[in-house]
Write a protein that binds this ligand. Structure first.
Ligand SMILES: [Zn+2]
Length: 130
């Protein structure tokens, strides 16, 4: 997957700094529920800030909503494919259950996708703290 380095997809899939693709974006793993979605204020490698303004990541709610819906539809489609005779409550249970299990990861994805909408790759060189 290193051929993707320099693209936004690399930063999103590896949960890395959108500027340098080297430093971690989140304080911990998405399933470390005590720190779910908590991110560094600046990249530990290039020291560029991850927040443009206070409340910057509220916009990630829109991304979270979109990928939550997309994930639910994907779960529904896969369930429909493998178990088409399941009752409506069976479908609901599978879709809701998988979406709840994926929620911490989807939350982390929404934040890094939001950051990648506004920040772009600038190489691994040291940025100036701003
Ligand atoms: Zn960085």
């Amino acid at each position: 997957m290193s051929f993707l380095k320099g693209s936004k997809l690399y930063s999103i899939l590896h949960l890395k700094c959108p500027f340098c693709h080297e430093g971690d974006f989140f304080l911990s793993h998405p399933y470390d529920l005590s720190q779910v979605g908590d991110l560094y204020t600046a990249c530990p490698v290039c020291h560029r800030k991850y927040e443009k303004e206070p409340g910057f990541y509220y916009g990630a709610m829109f991304v979270s909503y979109a990928i939550g819906i997309a994930f639910s539809l994907l779960c529904f489609g896969i369930t429909w494919w493998f178990a088409p005779h399941l009752s409506i409550w069976g479908f609901m249970g599978v879709v809701v259950g998988l979406t709840i299990l994926a929620a911490p990861y989807l939350y982390a994805l929404s934040k890094i996708m939001w950051a990648n909408m506004f920040f772009s790759y600038q190489g691994a060189g040291k940025g100036t703290p701003s």
